[in-house]
Design a protein around this ligand. Structure first.
Ligand SMILES: [Zn+2]
Length: 146
């Protein structure tokens, strides 16, 4: 392995560690600067949900929090596997590629779960609330593309 490739592998490992750190940090510190955090702000402060809607929203939030924690655990495990693969292969060998693919799949799952949660939240809204929510979705996605 050339010196340049080895340097690249170290940079990648540091990057992966930083990303893993961000995920761990995000899992521990709740209001997160993501489109879904902005949407929750709109839901909780601007849409004036009634008691029935609040109760249904709480159920949705608990369900989503569980799903998100499960996927974030998966991502951390993927990052650990990636770090081990980098250490073993010192480059982009088959184990590294498999670990990268696995972590992309987990990220995709989180994105899908977040979207599903956004749609589930929308379903508990009255039509006038849904309109405001839709504007907030568009704003959140365009202001903070992922
Ligand atoms: Zn929510």
């Amino acid at each position: 392995m050339t010196r340049a490739r080895w340097t690249w592998a170290i940079v990648l490992a540091a990057f992966v560690a930083a990303v893993a750190g961000v995920f761990v940090g995000r899992a521990l510190i709740t209001p997160r600067p993501t489109p879904s955090a902005e949407l929750h702000e709109v839901l909780h402060r601007q849409l004036h949900l009634d008691a029935g809607q609040q109760a249904r929203l709480e159920v949705l939030e608990r369900r989503f929090a569980l799903r998100r924690s499960a996927i974030e655990l998966e991502m951390r495990a993927d990052n650990t596997r990636l770090a081990a693969a980098i250490e073993a292969e010192h480059g982009d060998g088959p184990q590294v590629n498999a670990a990268v693919d696995a972590s992309h799949q987990a990220m995709g799952e989180l994105q899908k779960a977040t979207l599903a949660h956004i749609f589930a939240m929308r379903q508990i809204l009255r039509p006038d609330q849904a309109k405001a929510f839709d504007r907030a979705v568009v704003k959140a996605l365009t202001a903070n593309p992922q």
